[in-house]
Design a protein around this ligand. Structure first.
Ligand code: NAD
Ligand code: GLY
Length: 365
């Protein structure tokens, strides 16, 4: 019998509202945890062709005890489908089935489904409610929290989107049982990220527990999800729309997004690209004299132990630089990197192209 009580609850406190993240095993089986909005509202579960056979029917049955009507749409799976055509399938379904503006969308899946469902919710009839039901480690520790929604453009990752907060986030740890090992490693990249940028003790805890995390030890995963969400809540609570502090959550992402766009979306997993990007960003921090090389090496070592690649693809430094200029943090064509100022502390910096090129050459296969 699953334990249906959340093991942890983290609150996101925003200027004009707050919402909760529930963390525990078996939560998707309980309408009291997942159902949101009035009973008279209709619900659309947005999922994909991989997650639907695993969880959609169960969630549909649970939501049917609350909502007047519940339907499901299963989108094609993968980062390569995080685009306009796939987003339009959600609007086609909503309009074709006559969903009104009281509708609640439920994002059941990983970060791709969460980001697209949130964006669809922001746009449909100028905004309907949505709930995040993240089923990957990456989505539970990062993408489902904080209201960033988007699709990709061939020229740049997550370039079209909106800030739009969910009603609630329910992270059911039991869904991680069906996740492939490669996806666990990808999620660990975003867990590791929180240590160097905000909590050096957490980095120490991850180093101690990395094998348990890869082995899916439930207690270790529960702590990793909770601490990650607490740190993200602390950051987003101070800077919801990324006018400053929130940028630190993009540590490693400038290099990582270049890898994803440069190779074609889906060739590397987002978490893999971010992991390798953090190795490069840590090295750049050291080369800028902000941290010592031993700390950069420590970060690279834990990323490697997480089962992530630490050498990037050989696109050439010029191509990396070209791709990195198309980044939401760039200003007037100047790339800005999240660099480490000290263990557990990060901020935005500019860096010489020549130094960045040295880093790329040193870390590409
Ligand atoms: P994903 O959504 O592609 O999911 C990874 C794979 O796992 C997919 O094939 C999916 O179908 C499958 N899957 C999902 N849950 C499963 C389960 N329980 N069992 C078996 N298979 C399962 O990738 P992701 O790593 O979850 O998310 C990456 C995306 O998140 C990227 O597009 C990235 O840009 C975005 N992201 C957004 C934010 C944000 O703040 N909005 C933050 C970080 C990442
Ligand atoms: N994952 C980056 C952010 O939420 O800001």
């Amino acid at each position: 019998m699953p334990n249906l009580t959340p093991t942890a609850q983290v609150s996101i406190e925003l200027v004009d509202r707050h919402y909760d993240i529930l963390i525990g095993s078996g939560l998707l089986d309980e309408a009291a945890h997942i159902a949101c909005g009035p009973a008279s509202a209709e619900a659309l579960i947005v999922t994909n062709t991989t997650v639907a056979p695993l969880y959609a029917e169960r969630v549909q049955q649970v939501l049917a005890t609350h909502h007047a009507r519940v339907r499901t749409i299963a989108l094609p799976d993968g980062e390569a489908h995080k685009d306009w055509d796939t987003l339009n399938l959600i609007f086609d379904k909503l309009l074709g089935d006559g969903f009104d503006r009281k509708t609640v969308l439920y994002a059941l899946g990983g970060g791709v489904i969460g980001d697209m469902t949130g964006f669809a919710a922001a746009c449909y009839m100028r905004g309907v409610s949505y709930v995040q039901l993240p089923t990957t480690l990456l989505a539970q520790v990062d993408s489902s929290v904080g209201g960033k929604t988007a699709i990709n453009h061939p020229a740049g990752k997550n370039m079209i989107g909106a800030f739009y907060q969910p009603l609630k986030v329910i992270a059911d740890l039991a869904t991680l049982d069906t996740l492939p090992d490669r996806e666990i490693s990808a999620g660990l990249a975003e867990v590791i990220k929180y240590g160097p940028i905000a909590d050096d003790d957490f980095l120490g805890w991850i180093e101690h527990n990395i094998d348990a995390l890869r082995a899916r030890d439930k207690a270790a995963l529960a702590h990793a999800v909770q601490r990650s969400c607490e740190i993200k809540a602390w950051v987003v609570g101070q800077d919801e729309r990324e006018s400053g502090l929130r940028a630190i959550l993009n540590f490693g992402h400038t290099f990582g997004h270049a890898i994803e766009a440069g190779l074609g979306y889906g060739a590397w997993l987002h978490g893999e690209a971010v992991g390798c990007g953090m190795v490069m960003a840590a090295d750049l921090s050291a080369r800028c004299g902000l941290i010592d090389t031993a700390y950069a090496a420590r970060i690279a070592a834990v990323i490697e132990r997480a089962g992530l690649p630490v050498r990037g693809p050989r696109l050439g430094a010029a191509r990396y630089l070209e791709l990195m200029r198309i980044d939401k943090k760039s200003e007037s064509g100047q790339i800005r990197f999240v660099l480490l100022d000290a263990p557990g502390k990060a901020s935005l910096h500019r860096a010489d192209d020549a130094l960045v090129a040295e880093v790329i050459d040193a870390h590409t296969a």
